[in-house]
Design a protein around this ligand. Structure first.
Ligand code: UDP
Length: 343
């Protein structure tokens, strides 16, 4: 099969490309504005098209026409961007993604659309977030952080509508905090906003700066090793039962508070380097860290029984997930300092 990966140069995309090259089952065409994160990744079954999907719409349309399956990873997926540039988020994460879906409809191509666990929003009651049951509860409009979840939610609802009409075969993937090589760029000590929590804590460990605990760090996340996420992709690709369905890809066994994550990362760092980190854990409000318009989600627990029925389950625990990611960054002479978003 010929797979076209739009946003192949981002964190999820570059890992998926590497994995699909090694599996050597499919021809893979990657498209992105930048191949920076794909440096050193090559294979006979892989080719790259450098293009900005927002400009090169005819080209993207042609690439989609030549695909068997289109994988859409194009997104800004970083809370600080939702707060700073809400309109750019909706432009890319909704309108551009919708254009891709429309092109898939025109050319009769199956679409695997990466969405987000954030569509569940602030749901306070579901013990676990279940794809076709849990309420999707977002915060006020004046907390523009939710524009990301709102964009992805409307996109998912439109794909569902197209599926109902028989116009499109789609699968929605809802990632729960994937972590691995080539994640976000590292930052200067003391930086606020910017990348996601792993990159902040990793940067702090490398520089000795503070580890900020936004709103005290009591909020919880479930992190997913990127290798588990890659396997989930092929399970979904290979199972026609995944068509016109949404799937959580997450690991409930890794549930942790952000405060405990900071402590865990310090311990792993000490273990790997032999140096005891002395980073201070500093509490800071969400608005101070990200700016006005930030609001957090306190818990994001995935129910993964739907994907388990297709034969997938995550293999990596919390400690291994972060050990691998920290090890990767320690092994880099010059860890990526650029955004490399999955555009
Ligand atoms: N966070 C934190 N310190 C940081 C960066 C993030 O406490 O230096 C918190 C953030 O407020 C959120 C959680 O860590 O509650 C995960 O944030 P991230 O940006 O990684 O991803 P999210 O799951 O919110 O999309």
């Amino acid at each position: 099969m010929k797979l076209v990966l739009l946003g192949a140069g981002g964190f999820i995309g570059s890992n998926l490309v590497e994995y699909l090259i090694a599996r050597a089952e499919h021809e893979v065409v990657g498209v992105d504005v930048s191949a920076e994160k794909l440096a050193g990744i090559s294979g006979d079954n892989f080719s790259f098209v450098e293009a900005d999907i927002t400009d090169a719409q005819d080209l993207i349309n042609d690439v989609i026409a030549g695909a068997d399956v289109v994988v859409d990873l194009v997104a800004y997926a970083n809370p600080s961007i939702y707060v700073e540039s809400p309109l750019e988020v909706v432009e890319l994460n909704f309108f551009e993604n919708l254009r891709i879906a429309e092109s898939c409809i025109r050319h009769n191509k199956r679409l695997i659309q990466y969405s987000t666990s954030e569509v569940y929003g602030k749901n306070p009651t579901s013990p676990r977030f279940v794809e076709d049951e849990s309420e999707l509860i977002l915060g006020p409009v004046t907390k523009q952080r939710w524009i990301y979840a709102a964009s992805k939610q409307v996109l998912e609802r439109m794909l569902h509508g197209y599926g109902l009409q028989g116009d499109l075969e789609y699968t929605v993937v809802r990632p729960f905090n994937f972590v691995g090589p080539r994640f976000d760029y590292l930052v200067e000590a003391g930086t606020r906003g910017g990348p996601r929590v792993f990159a902040h804590f990793m940067s702090a460990l490398l520089t000795g700066g503070p580890m900020y605990l936004v709103d005290g760090g009591t909020q919880r996340r479930c992190f997913t090793h990127i290798a588990d996420a890659n396997e989930a992709f092929t399970v979904l690709l290979d199972h026609p039962e995944s068509i016109n369905q949404a799937f959580n890809v997450g690991n409930p066994a890794t549930d942790t508070s952000i405060r405990d994550l900071a402590i865990l990362m310090k311990g792993i760092y000490a273990d790997l380097t032999g140096d005891t980190p002395h980073n201070e854990l500093v509490e800071i409000s969400g608005e101070e860290f990200y700016g006005v318009g930030y609001e957090d989600t306190n818990r994001v627990p995935p129910d993964i029984s739907k994907l388990a029925t297709l034969g997938w389950k995550p293999r990596f625990d919390l400690e291994t997930t972060f050990r691998d990611a920290i090890q990767y960054n320690l092994g880099q002479d010059n860890p990526s300092t650029t955004m490399g978003g999955a555009r």
